[in-house]
Design a protein around this ligand. Structure first.
Ligand code: ATP
Length: 294
């Protein structure tokens, strides 16, 4: 079953572009990453899904229901963490969370304690007295306290220190194991890489790539660095699939995309002292998509 489904979703702000013809779906139980640089259209897509803004054209469904028509009903099953959180600063954390919990028809007290404990959040402090990162934690607890079926996170880790980020990821994985579907927007690729099953890469309002995380990495090139015992002719590795070759002294660097056996045969015919074969990280793959289409 698809928990999220968007069809040709388009949003313009007056004459300027927000998002253009966005179509994707997220299956139940999936952790789906939405990655792209500032201004690409991540927040616009998310805000449309939450019916905080309305599409110019196209449509979106959550749990099989149109978001514009069933917004309030759908939102009860969603936990949303916006990219920027604003609160009534004078309230105590616990009062704000109890107020949030009152919108759902269940007792969330134990859950609030558990989440606050895990995220190391002092419930008795005034919101005004919290640091930016601690305010973010309030948003996290607020988004997860009703054990939503769908968790939508817009740049959720900004302001969290690495230890807290890890605790937060552990929490998300825990929720996902219990069945929650997660949509995770970010421009930080390493975190998307850690967590997500599938990603959509968004650029200037359009999805430029939609792929399983594993395929995204498999279908790309590998990086080779080879140290040889003696100097080679510069054309030795001039075979199909080899790119960006650099020969310096006895060391050759290149990237390779193609049948791995072809390049391994070439390597096995020479004497080498060391070899490194590396996968590009998501950052490099991402840069590749961006520069390729510019
Ligand atoms: N309220 C608005 N009025 C006019 N233009 C807007 C508005 N909100 C967003 N935009 C424009 O829509 C485009 C997409 O913005 P959006 O905030 O969705 O991007 P984003 O990928 O979430 O970026 P960021 O990571 O910076 O939040 C941008 O060009 C932005 O300037």
């Amino acid at each position: 079953m698809n928990v999220i489904e968007t069809n040709n979703l388009t949003k313009t702000y007056g004459k300027s572009r927000g998002i253009d013809d966005i179509s994707f779906s997220v299956k139940e139980g999936e952790i789906f990453g939405f990655i792209g640089p500032n201004g690409a259209g991540k927040s616009t897509t998310i805000r449309t899904l939450l019916s905080l803004i309305y599409p110019t054209s196209g449509s979106a469904k959550i749990f099989g229901k149109d978001v514009s028509e069933y917004g309030p009903e759908i939102k009860k099953e969603i936990g949303y963490l916006p990219s920027e959180v604003f609160y009534y600063d004078n309230m105590k954390v616990i009062d704000l969370l109890k107020y949030s919990a009152s919108f759902y028809k269940k007792n969330c007290n134990k859950r609030i304690d558990y989440l606050a404990n895990t995220m190391n959040l002092d419930l008795n402090k005034k919101i005004d007295d919290l640091s930016f990162g601690n305010k973010k934690k309030v948003g996290i607890v607020q988004g997860l306290l009703h054990e939503p079926k769908l968790i939508i996170l817009d740049e959720p880790t900004s302001g969290l220190d690495p230890l807290m980020q890890q605790k937060f990821f552990d929490l998300l994985e825990e929720e996902n194991k219990k069945g929650a579907t997660i949509l995770f927007s970010s421009h930080i690729l390493t975190e998307v890489q850690k967590l997500c099953d599938r990603v959509a890469i968004i650029k200037e309002g359009k999805i430029v790539k939609l792929e399983n995380m594993s395929t995204l990495k498999e279908n790309t090139y590998k990086k080779f660095k080879i140290e040889m015992l003696s100097k080679l002719h510069k054309d030795y590795f001039n075979i199909a699939g080899v790119n960006k070759l650099k020969l310096k002294g006895n060391t050759v660097n290149f990237i390779y995309k193609g049948d791995i056996n072809a390049v391994m045969k070439k390597i096995s015919s020479i004497e080498i002292s060391n070899i490194w074969i590396e996968e590009p990280d998501l950052e490099e793959i991402f840069m590749h998509y961006y520069s390729e289409e510019e």
